[in-house]
Design a protein around this ligand. Structure first.
Ligand SMILES: [Zn+2]
Length: 400
């Protein structure tokens, strides 16, 4: 357990978290929560003119109501600015969530997830603003960054406008369980998809006249496995993972229409991850080669083969901060100041920090009490939420 070093209005912070948790806001529908955050910030003395949106929603290829929200706090001292970030959206399972406090935890009433991922982060940032504005603490210029569409593929962070960061290079992102677990790196990911067009034929009367797309896909995946590219992938010093997650027919229907028809079309979609962007691309290339090879192994009676259209693309880049990075050292000092034992963690999932790195922000991600996220068992541990608020203030006020 940590010690509370800063005088934080815990009651106001918890009330704020309860309010934020009760607001809907799936990916692309963050308008309501953004308005609630701005109202909240105005009520604690942040001028409306300090709140600005970028135009990420115009660049994101999916529907999005608003862009990312940037809030500038001018600071009481000069010095390199800091960014405190978090995402506003919650997963679809949170639809209709009604937060209820039981003892030192908050649970969802009913059968939804809660949205502690990531309304805990939103409440930490707003509580940081309240604490700084209502105290005599000294702090440098700070930008609070509330992003959109994290859960749908880190799109808000990908398309954000870095010119609104006031030149800051260091970021602390709140999106996790514990203030002591410092996420300082994460894998990058590729996504791929393949359309396999074979040829239908009566499976009982003339199967030899058909080209089975199902067989092409099956052989391709077996080939991927044989080559050591399936699941956990290890090649020399490189490590990664891969998966074929969706195996379907047209419009998401099952692959194939009937048992007596040779399947003429199959769609497969998957991913590859690695700490090394090039290796993730290599895994994707192995899938591509396997589908091409499989297409050559399934022929009809006249030598015809399936048409395979494979596309792979980078989804988000990996990043990995050394322990000597100023952001990591700063986060460690802040954690130790609260009596915590910080450890650096490398994440096998992507988060906003992956794209922050691309925008020139050196980012450490910390937690504020999320548990069992993306499930109906989700809850928030209020002691850890309070710790998240404490460490945010420590990070903002510690001299570099
Ligand atoms: Zn999250």
């Amino acid at each position: 357990m940590s010690k509370a070093v800063f005088d934080i209005d815990t009651k106001a912070a918890e009330d704020r978290l309860m309010r934020y948790l009760a607001i809907e806001g799936q990916s692309g529908e963050e308008k309501l929560i953004a308005e609630a955050i701005i109202d909240d910030l105005k009520s604690i003395g942040v001028p409306a003119s300090a709140c600005r949106f970028d135009d990420a929603h115009k660049k994101i290829p999916l529907p999005a109501q608003i862009g990312n929200l940037f809030v500038s706090l001018p600071g009481t001292r000069k010095g390199p600015g800091l960014v405190f970030a978090t995402h506003m959206d919650v997963v679809p399972l949170c639809k209709g969530a009604r937060p209820k406090r039981k003892g030192n935890r908050i649970f969802p009433e009913g059968t939804t997830a809660l949205g502690g991922d990531n309304r805990t982060g939103c409440a930490v940032l707003s509580t940081l603003a309240q604490t700084l504005l209502q105290s005599k603490l000294d702090y440098p210029p700070i930008t609070l960054l509330y992003t959109v569409r994290e859960e749908s593929g880190i799109q808000g962070a990908e398309h954000m406008d870095p010119s609104l960061l006031n030149g800051a290079k260091t970021c602390f992102n709140f999106d996790g369980k514990s203030a002591a677990d410092l996420i300082t790196g994460a894998v990058g990911a590729q996504s791929w998809e393949v359309h396999i067009h074979g040829k239908a034929s009566h499976a009982g009367v003339s199967p030899e006249k058909g080209i089975s797309s199902t067989l092409v896909a099956a052989i391709a995946l077996a080939e991927v496995k044989r080559g050591g590219w399936w699941g956990k992938v290890k090649k020399q010093s490189n490590r990664g993972t891969s998966n074929a997650g969706i195996f379907a027919g047209k419009d998401g229907k099952p692959a194939g229409d009937a048992t007596n028809v040779v399947t003429d079309y199959v769609y497969v979609r998957g991913e590859a991850r690695s700490a090394n962007a090039r290796f993730a691309a290599e895994i994707t290339a192995a899938y591509k080669a396997a589908f091409a090879k499989a297409a050559g192994m399934v022929k009809d009676d006249r030598g015809g083969r399936a048409k395979v259209k494979f596309t792979g693309k980078a989804q988000y880049p990996p990043f990995n901060l050394p322990e000597s990075a100023p952001a990591v050292k700063h986060a460690k000092r802040a954690a130790e100041m609260l009596g915590l034992k910080p450890t650096c963690v490398f994440s096998n999932g992507g988060l906003d920090a992956n794209f922050f790195a691309k925008h020139g922000l050196s980012t450490v991600t910390l937690g504020a009490g999320q548990h069992e996220i993306h499930t109906v068992k989700e809850f928030v541990e209020l002691a850890q939420f309070a710790e998240g608020c404490q460490i945010a203030v420590a990070l903002a006020t510690l001299k570099a």
